[in-house]
Design a protein around this ligand. Structure first.
Ligand code: CA
Length: 276
């Protein structure tokens, strides 16, 4: 398997000095994935802290080298079990996970479904040679944020990482706020001016998505893909989205409060202060 990684660097630049992460880097460099007590790994790089789950050492090494060259700090796991225990212990320290599906032992999809079942929402980009439509849908259903088919261009991986990073960073703190609206991702509680708002799971997801992209116009296409996880838009889905938006309006844009959810005709929706 050859990954066309456009990496010209021969030296891997490790970021952390002597610290709690150093031991892990040594383990990772040796390809030892049986570390009994997984640590969070090196200090986050300026690009973010990534977990690469890949059993082919050459591929893992190329990914690590390329990503570190781009300012990411990288921890490599070669098995599904290793990745799972590390994420259970340190899910909040990783900005994203690059997950191979075909792994010895527990495969990538099992790991992903189990993480999502436990409420761990770290962004996951699946990297795999499985290229059938069925596998893609299964991957997204299992909770993947994105999907890249090997072989892929390194530049494309970087673009996808930036995209999930934008989604992830906004939610990392566990809380989002805009005007007097506050959302807590961990408890999935929403309040407006201190008053709790009852939301369905999908309403929360939708509102959270808008709040994570404040002052950006979000199209129905984007909502269909990122909130409903549908690959194709349909009139029915558009209606469902519109119904959710109007319910959210009734729930959060209360009398006497700034209207936050704006419709941008022909384009989509935006959450911002100072609407009419
Ligand atoms: Ca593999």
């Amino acid at each position: 398997m050859i990954l066309p990684l456009a990496v010209g660097r021969s030296e891997v630049c490790l970021k952390s000095g002597p610290g709690p992460g150093a031991r892990d880097e040594i383990f990772d460099k040796l390809g030892d994935v049986t570390t009994p007590l997984p640590s969070a790994g090196p200090e986050p790089g300026p690009g973010g802290h990534l977990l690469v789950v890949e059993d082919e050492q050459k591929v893992a090494g190329a990914l690590r080298e390329g990503l570190e060259g781009e300012g990411y700090s990288v921890v490599v796991e070669g098995t599904g079990e290793g990745a799972f225990s590390r994420l259970i212990a340190h899910y909040d320290t990783f900005d994203a996970v690059l997950l191979d599906l075909t792994l010895p032992g527990r495969d990538g999809l099992e790991v992903l479904s189990e993480l999502r079942r436990r409420g761990i929402e770290t962004p996951v980009i699946v990297l795999t040679a499985r290229d059938s439509l069925g596998d893609r849908v299964v991957g997204l259903d299992a909770g993947a944020d994105d999907y890249l088919i090997k072989p892929f261009a390194f530049a494309e991986l970087l673009a996808r990482l930036r995209a999930v990073g934008r989604r992830g960073r906004a939610t990392d703190a566990g809380g989002l706020s805009l005007d007097t609206l506050e959302l807590d991702r961990t408890t999935r509680q929403a309040t407006r001016a201190g008053q709790p708002i009852e939301l369905t799971a999908k309403e929360f997801d939708l509102l959270h998505y808008l709040a994570a992209h404040p002052r950006q116009v979000v199209s129905r296409d984007t909502l269909a893909r990122d909130v409903w996880r549908e690959t194709a838009r349909s009139t029915t889905l558009d209606n469902v989205i519109d119904v959710h938006i109007s319910r959210l309006r009734r729930k959060i844009d209360l009398e006497g409060q700034t209207k936050l959810i704006q419709t941008v005709r022909g384009v989509g929706f935006v959450l911002r202060e100072g609407g009419e």
